[in-house]
Design a protein around this ligand. Structure first.
Ligand code: TXE
Length: 479
């Protein structure tokens, strides 16, 4: 399988003809090649985007909306094909890609196709001065979108859809580890009638292709989701050019479980929030803090449920946990299990690689629960991004809050309690961008999405995304 760049509505080989191997995590085999695109490819993508911009930015919002919704319908019509491709590339269960990833990618286009028709700007009458001010919301021009491997099409389209809905043209790069569904998206865009050059997809390494996008002086905004270290690097490169930046980075999200919660619902959801997508979601609740009075019960019940999860080949329907995305990522996650042991963490279950019959070279790991001696240990402070969670008890609400906030990240937190005052107080005081109370990862696409501290800057979602992808211009008319 040869993946190609999608530039100006056509599939193209990279100019320098340099290719990277693409691995199938479920069996460790190479199954395709992707371009490692150079500056010259990014320049071609930029030129195509630039020349499409004049017309696309003047296209009526009804027409833009119609095309976005058509892309959404075509993705839905191709659900099985896209889900299988996503699973093969990423290692996630096909059932998950079918139920979550691809439907969400389709929703992204439908949502922003509708949202753009409702995106209004403000006007202010300057009473007594015989003047009226109004705000134009103008597309930026050519924008860059760079996405990671954990939710490949889901996050790629979460950026592209609002960017093009708002009238921009895009140079986009999916992760080099999971390029397949982004590649297939080109076909769908052509079929939906998206004018050529509005979306251009270049494939390659972050350090070559991604870097060329961020360094391009005429690509005026960058929307990035990925690791915190990469986000900091992108911010440094982009700052001297005053680019607009939206950075959605890592998380080390606390789960605060109080004795007064709805226990069964909490238990079920906590298993999901710990291990969904092999724990490779920036929103996974990776630090679990439990009130002392129910700690021992929770520990026993949680570990029993985790032991029952089935690690297996992503195509098998009974599989709960598929393969991790890459060999190097598997090694990184395993190193954290060693670090935990060295820091007196107790492995309550899991901790080992799994050999799946028939797929012996796949990147499988047991879901792992570690009881940690304190909140300061590295496994409680650093993002592991795999099927590994830590648990420890807390005595008071104050202590729980302090431990939740004592971390460099600030993406999300989950609260399990039926106590109203506590819910209100903690929701106010948690240093995060998203708080879930008695649920996890319930997403309404109208809501602001993003983190504080080392989890990033800016917000995606709803009108926040349309604001990011437009420049506000105030016009003041004296009459
Ligand atoms: O991400 P990178 P990696 C976390 C997670 C993971 C760690 C590293 O902890 O273990 O980050 O993962 C592109 N200029 N998250 O190394 O490198 C890259 O090609 C421009 C959390 O895989 O950040 C890819 O397209 N682009 C996270 C994208 O950045 C560059 C999801 C993300 O890759 C670049 C993924 C550069 N210099 C990992 N270098 C989340 N927030 O959900 C890399 N890229």
């Amino acid at each position: 399988m040869t993946i190609k760049n999608y530039i100006n509505g056509k599939y193209q080989n990279p100019i320098e003809n340099i290719w990277l191997d693409n691995y199938n995590p479920s069996n460790g085999e190479i199954y395709g090649q992707i371009p490692n695109s150079s500056k010259a490819d990014v320049e071609n993508a930029y030129k195509a985007a630039k020349s499409a911009f004049t017309q696309w930015s003047q296209t009526t919002f009804e027409e833009r909306s119609r095309i976005l919704i058509k892309i959404s319908e075509l993705l839905e019509a191709n659900l099985q094909r896209f889900a299988e491709a996503e699973s093969k590339d990423n290692g996630k269960p096909v059932s998950l890609a079918k139920a979550v990833d691809i439907p969400r990618a389709a929703s992204n286009f439908r949502f922003f196709g509708n949202a753009i028709t409702q995106f209004a700007s403000e006007s202010h009458e300057s009473v007594g001065q015989q003047a009226i001010n109004y705000t134009l919301r103008q597309p930026i021009g050519v924008v860059g979108c760079i996405s990671p491997w954990n939710l490949p099409l889901y996050l790629f389209t979460w950026k592209i859809a609002p960017a093009i809905a708002a009238g921009n043209c895009v140079v986009a790069k999916p992760s080099e580890v999971t390029a397949m569904t982004a590649y297939l998206l080109g076909e769908i865009c052509n079929e939906a009638g998206l004018p050529k050059g509005v979306l251009n997809i270049v494939h390659g390494l972050g350090t070559t292709t991604g870097q060329a996008i961020v360094e391009h002086p005429e690509i005026k905004a960058i929307s990035f989701t990925g690791g915190t270290a990469t986000g900091a690097h992108i911010a440094r490169v982009a700052a001297p050019m005053f680019k607009k930046l939206s950075l959605e980075l890592g998380g080390k999200n606390p789960n605060l479980i109080f004795a007064d919660c709805d226990y069964d619902n909490m238990l079920e959801t906590t298993v999901r929030s710990s291990f969904a997508n092999q724990g490779q979601i920036c929103l996974c609740g990776s630090r679990i803090f439990v009130e002392t009075s129910i700690y021992e019960k929770f520990k026993t019940d949680f570990v029993n449920k985790v032991k029952a999860l089935k690690v297996g080949h992503p195509s098998e329907t009974e599989t709960n946990i598929g393969a991790l995305v890459s060999k190097s990522h598997l090694e990184k996650v395993k190193q954290y299990i060693d670090i935990a042991k060295a820091e007196n963490g107790k492995i309550l279950c899991g901790g080992n690689s799994v050999v799946v019959k028939g797929y012996e070279n796949g990147y499988y790991l047991e879901p792992t629960v570690i009881e940690v001696p304190n909140n300061e240990c590295r496994v409680n402070q650093e993002e592991i991004f795999g099927p590994v969670v830590t648990i420890m008890p807390f005595k008071t609400e104050k202590e729980a809050l302090e431990m939740a906030n004592k971390v460099k990240y600030g993406l999300s937190a989950t609260l399990w309690t039926n106590h109203l005052k506590r819910t209100m107080q903690l929701s106010n005081q948690l240093q995060v961008g998203i708080v879930w109370v008695n649920t996890w990862m319930m997403r309404d696409l109208r809501t602001p999405f993003g983190g504080v501290k080392a989890s990033g800057v800016g917000r995606e979602g709803g009108f926040e995304a349309l604001r990011f992808f437009t420049e506000a211009k105030n016009v003041c008319i004296k009459y």
